[in-house]
Design a protein around this ligand. Structure first.
Ligand code: ATP
Ligand code: RIB
Length: 313
């Protein structure tokens, strides 16, 4: 089982010709609302890409909070429809998290109102993980309180679970987080904030990866947007994976798709290399950037296969 602990947001995406200047009001060309939030997007990516395993049961459980409001109920319905188990999603007396996503052809800027996401508690984690075992995986991001993420990583480690952290949005992490992280997946901004190294070229990227290893992380993936990713596994085998060339429509949830796809394929490492898992994640993320929206832009396994003739046994 994969547990995703994190945010669930109502995304309001505005299509703009350009970003507004200071003090300026501009008219959007389009507006969409949909299921978002880094946690929810990663859970959806796992569920949609998991279909090939034909396990007949839900592979992913979401742990999080939405408001006791119509939007919150709708987001839960959407998660259920996408085959994310919502047993551990609670509706609470706060507003549902909201993200305003400003999109231009080449850029996205996101403002998040955390709302209900900030109420996720230790007892939510305890309840959700009470039947977890060492063969399960925990995935976290940083859109819920940091100390809850730290608590969950520690607890997962004590159970023997595999842990994945997407340290987004960018914030400094306490040093004692790192030994409890098996796989870290930061983007360029997050890498710079966490390591103090700007990952602008191959040497600096590998220096940043080494820094994560030194702090205790086993697998590192620096995602580099249209430049792909720089990765390193437990044996310190480094590789660069170029992004796939696609027509970019909306990059929202590219990183979330990557994290979800990697998490799903990770248990099969042993049969496959970490690099192969990242190649699959790169293909899945490229489909996400070629479509509009957050969770609704995430492909299924069959869509990834159809586009790339990808075979994973
Ligand atoms: P977001 O916050 O938009 O979800 P992120 O900043 O967390 O994304 P990125 O590094 O931008 O993550 O992207 C994650 C992965 O998605 C990249 O490693 C790459 O494989 C793929 N990707 C991102 N942008 C593009 C692009 N323009 N073309 C093709 N693939 C892309
Ligand atoms: O990673 C993309 C997500 O970040 C959006 O769906 C938005 O809700 C913000 O949390």
């Amino acid at each position: 089982m994969i547990y995703v602990l994190g945010s669930i947001n109502n995304d309001i995406s505005l299509e703009l010709e350009r970003m507004p200047k200071k003090g300026e009001t501009i008219i959007a060309d389009g507006c969409r609302m949909g299921l978002g939030g880094k946690g929810a997007n990663q859970a959806v990516a796992i569920a949609r890409l998991a279909q090939r395993y034909g396990t007949g049961h839900t592979a992913v459980k979401m742990i999080g909070h939405v408001g006791k409001d119509a939007v919150g109920s709708e987001l839960i319905n959407k998660l259920n429809a996408l085959e994310v188990d919502t047993e551990f999603v609670r509706q609470v007396n706060r507003s549902t998290g909201t993200a305003v996503v400003a999109l231009t052809g080449k850029d996205n800027r996101i403002i998040v109102y955390s709302g209900a996401n900030l109420g996720v508690s230790k007892s939510d984690v305890d309840e959700a993980l009470q039947n977890a075992t060492g063969s399960d995986i925990l995935v976290c991001q940083l859109e819920i309180p940091m100390y809850i993420v730290g608590y969950a990583l520690r607890k997962a480690r004590s159970i023997g679970m595999t842990t994945v952290l997407n340290p987004a949005p960018a914030k400094e992490l306490p040093d004692d987080f790192y030994p409890n992280i098996d796989i870290i997946v930061p983007n360029e901004t997050e890498t710079q904030i966490l390591t103090g190294i700007n990952p602008r070229d191959p040497d600096s990227r590998r220096a940043a990866i080494r820094e994560f290893h030194t702090r205790g992380v086993h697998y590192v993936v620096l995602t580099l947007g249209s430049e792909g990713s720089e990765i390193s596994d437990d044996d310190r085998i480094y590789a660069h994976i170029p992004a796939r060339q696609v027509r970019v429509v909306d990059t929202t949830a590219a990183g979330d798709t990557f994290v979800g796809a990697l998490t799903l394929t990770y248990p099969h490492i042993g049969m496959y290399s970490f690099k192969e898992a990242c190649l699959f994640a790169t293909k899945a993320a490229s489909l996400t950037v070629s479509r509009a929206g957050a969770s609704e832009s995430i492909p299924t396994f069959d869509e990834v296969c159809a586009l790339y003739n990808h075979e994973i046994k």
